[in-house]
Design a protein around this ligand. Structure first.
Ligand SMILES: Cc1ncc(COP(=O)(O)O)c(C=O)c1O
Length: 385
């Protein structure tokens, strides 16, 4: 048989798998991949078990259970003073990544250009390419990961189909600002394009800053697919549950793709999440909880030459090793696994072109003892020099 002509010829094994395997091999503390090592709330586990025992084990409605969509609509109103239509504008999905893929697949035709800011979460570019779209990568400003709007305006043209926004941003933890919102709004007044807004870390925002969801802004939400993750919010990334909110006409196309892909999403998880969403504290308290972890790791690493960059949200903080070495990021990250016993992710992995900014991404969504052990190992390693 002739070999498959790959639709994703450039795709290899993701850096997360590479670093996690290396971490396992060297019994390193894994601050690489973005998932919590602390337990999720027992209440949610009990709700899921109860839903299964009560017999909620068959296909759910294609768009998600009505109860879960109603709770999502209420939550969106309480946070962003906008009520999406339960009937037409909310679809429950198996995770945030699936919602992003489905949104991009709904809109991209071969040759369409999609603007992606780099460093970028790793699914965006393959999602565009598999649909025959053309990726237009724009680097975020090196100093603070803000968006270079002049560079965006310079590439905008009639073929620009969409722009992907991600706030809080993975890997940098940077948040969208009011000024960014103004800039996108100006573009929206001048050009016809869609926005895919990856807001999976919406509740993981620190230092009292607001999360600027696109749902807050009528001119932007009228062209946006906003994507969310229950896995990230409720420390159950393995559940792969999320949802997308978009205007009815956009959502109609989204649902056509969704219908012939997975069709419907895990039923007992939806029943459990609908009940759990009644407890606002479970999501409103998250920012503070994760902020303490960010600060704990930062304090513990004070004795090392690693320099933290600001992180306003997400599970992540970037650390610079420019005071220590000029080695490429992947080589340095691998060295830290083998020699110090701590795994991180080289930020170069989030770019299409070779980069070396001497930055590593650490995930602080870990138990205090995990963070303490990682910091102790790094302190010992760097003091041995
Ligand atoms: C920016 C970003 N978007 C989406 C996701 C994935 O969300 P989910 O696990 O719900 O698919 C992640 C997970 O790491 C992420 O960092």
């Amino acid at each position: 048989m002739s070999p498959i002509i790959s639709k994703l010829p450039k795709a290899g094994t993701t850096i997360f798998t590479v670093m996690s395997s290396l971490a396992l091999q060297h019994q390193a503390v894994n601050l690489g991949q973005g998932f919590p090592d602390y337990p999720m709330d027992d209440t949610l586990i009990d709700l899921m078990a109860r839903a299964m025992r009560q017999g909620h084990n068959q296909y759910a409605h294609m768009n998600g259970t009505v109860a879960l969509r109603e709770r999502i609509a209420e939550k969106v109103f309480s946070l962003y003073k906008y009520t999406p239509s339960v009937e037409d504008e909310i679809t429950v999905t198996p995770g945030g990544t699936y919602a992003i893929y489905t949104a991009l697949t709904s809109i991209i035709l071969p040759g369409d250009e999609v603007i992606v800011f780099e460093p970028a979460y790793d699914s965006y570019i393959p999602n565009i390419e598999i649909n025959g779209g053309k990726v237009i990568p724009i680097p975020l400003n090196k100093e603070d990961f803000s968006i270079n709007w002049e560079a965006v305006k310079a590439v905008f043209n009639k073929s620009t189909k969409a722009i992907i926004l991600n706030s809080p941003h993975n890997p940098s933890g940077k948040l969208l600002t009011e000024s960014d919102i103004q800039q996108v709004t100006q573009l929206a007044r001048a050009f016809d394009f869609y926005i895919v807004s990856d807001e999976v870390y919406e509740h993981l925002v620190f230092d009292g800053q607001p999360h600027l969801s696109l749902l807050k802004f009528p001119e932007l939400r009228s062209r946006a697919f906003c994507c969310y993750s229950f896995g990230k919010v409720y420390h159950c990334t393995g559940w792969k549950m999320g949802y997308c909110i978009a205007p009815a006409t956009l959502m109609a196309e989204f649902r056509k793709v969704h219908q012939y892909n997975c069709f419907s999403t895990n039923t007992p998880a939806q029943v459990a999440l609908a009940a759990y969403l009644m407890n606002k504290e479970a999501y409103l308290g998250l920012g503070k909880y994760l902020q303490q972890k960010r600060d704990f790791l930062q304090t513990e690493l004070k004795g090392t030459p690693l320099e933290p960059l600001p992180s306003g949200g997400s599970y992540f903080q970037l650390y610079s090793y420019r005071n220590i070495s000029g080695e490429p990021e992947l080589a340095f990250a691998k060295k830290l696994v083998v020699e110090a016993g701590v795994a991180s992710i080289p930020v170069s992995a989030f770019y299409t072109k070779e980069q070396n900014n001497q930055l590593l991404r650490f995930c602080f969504a870990k138990k205090e003892e995990t963070l303490r052990e990682a910091a102790e190992r790094l302190r010992k390693y760097f003091s041995a020099g």
